[in-house]
Design a protein around this ligand. Structure first.
Ligand SMILES: *Cc1c(COP(=O)(O)O)cnc(C)c1O
Length: 386
């Protein structure tokens, strides 16, 4: 943390706090596309809002500080952030991705970048030997999520960065599920951190945004260039909303995680549940690694009901928890990865990586824990095939 010893303070006062002109405690929304220039050739700091906007700049300084980087960049969505990072590479290069990355990340590589000649390969990033074996001459970077969507697979970020750096490649971490409050990949050796800020950072399911943070000046310059050249930037209103959301990240996450831990334990002990995926359970894959690299297990859970329970009826029976795409908002959401978030992944690849047709994903919100468990309990009972 550059200016504050504890991230709880940096979340509120980091980046560019308030407004120096009026001393307002909040960064103003600079709703403008352009800025007056005093005369020809003065090279002003603010000239055109695609290149730079003061509200966006405050957000970019904030996320850079929170992730322990030197430069931050704000985009119109998480996918715009990922797309911009992928544009660092060129035809003939190859990116390694973990076996259960976000469906949209797979889709953009497979359907948008591959036709331009940027190749990808899927690798089990929780397995060091598999990574070594996948590093062919054309590999330029590895893109990982930990815990990865939707099976909460944990990857040892320090180990991956270590392997990747001996080959002179870049480590890119999508830190959406953890946020800088729970995990800081740059400190674990990563080169680029990406967020879908639509999720926990925004935290209220009321905006779509993406962020990128780096710690290397050359990378910062290249990403800044692409951000301006391509122009998938975040507007000032959404930048303001995101700064506002980030201020309460620590208190929200504490409650998200406390609830998720209780829900995961309850599911784990439930006779109707076949398997629970949650990195905060001691018998989960990667539990020890996650404990070393993250504050706790986060607030995303996936589980399967046993045979004799109908997952369609489970979704139908929920009263409090909403069936919806997305995650990380204060309200609990559930989704069906096979037909929703991961529908763009061909079924045979999906099944190979363990995303079965009856897998249920939960984004545990900050409602009262008793209400959440009561809702899950009645929905599971309703879903029993009689
Ligand atoms: C949602 C999400 C994305 C995409 O972000 P958008 O803001 O929806 O464009 C990327 N990665 C992960 C892990 C996500 O959950």
């Amino acid at each position: 943390m550059s200016n504050y010893k504890n991230i709880e303070s940096a979340l509120i006062r980091g980046g560019l706090f308030g407004d120096p002109l009026t001393r307002s405690v909040n960064v103003p929304i600079y709703q403008t596309s352009t800025f007056q220039q005093p005369e020809l050739g003065t090279n002003p700091k603010w000239e055109y809002a695609r290149t730079g906007n003061p509200t966006r700049a405050a957000l970019e300084a904030l996320i850079a500080e929170l992730e322990g980087g030197t430069a931050g960049f704000a985009f119109a969505s998480g996918m715009a952030a990922i797309s911009t990072v992928l544009q660092l590479f060129k035809s003939g290069d190859r990116i390694l991705i973990s076996s259960n990355v976000y469906g949209g990340t797979f889709r953009i590589l497979d359907k948008v970048f591959k036709p331009f000649g940027l190749e990808y390969a899927i690798v089990d990033t929780s397995n060091a030997e598999a990574i070594e074996a996948a590093i062919t001459d054309d590999v330029v970077a590895i893109l990982v999520e930990s815990p990865a969507n939707p099976l909460m697979t944990v990857t040892d970020l320090w180990l991956v960065s270590d392997i990747v750096h001996t080959h002179g490649l870049l480590t890119i971490v999508d830190n959406t599920f953890m946020t800088p409050y729970l995990q800081r990949p740059l400190a674990l050796g990563a080169d680029i951190v990406i967020h879908s800020a639509t999720k926990y950072l925004g935290g209220h399911s009321d905006l779509v945004a993406g962020l990128v943070v780096v710690k290397d000046d050359d990378l910062a310059e290249r990403i800044g260039f692409i951000q301006n050249a391509v122009g998938a930037v975040l507007g000032p209103m959404d930048s303001f909303l995101l700064i506002r959301g980030i201020k309460t990240l620590a208190v929200r996450m504490d409650r998200h995680v406390a609830n998720a831990q209780r829900v995961a334990e309850w599911l784990h002990d439930n006779d109707a549940v076949k398997v629970v995926y949650y990195p905060g359970l001691p018998d989960a894959q990667g539990y020890e690694i996650n404990r070393k690299q993250a504050r706790n297990g986060g607030a995303m859970i996936a589980f399967e009901l046993k045979e004799g329970y109908d997952y369609r009826q489970f979704f139908r029976s929920l009263k409090l928890i909403s069936l919806a795409e997305s995650l990380g908002g204060v309200e609990s959401l559930t989704c069906h990865p096979a037909t929703m978030t991961h529908a763009s992944i061909p079924r045979e690849i999906r099944l190979k990586v363990g995303i079965t047709d009856n897998l249920i994903r939960l984004s545990v919100g900050i409602e009262h824990i008793d209400d959440l468990i009561a809702d899950l309990d009645q929905a599971i009972q309703e879903s029993e095939v009689k």
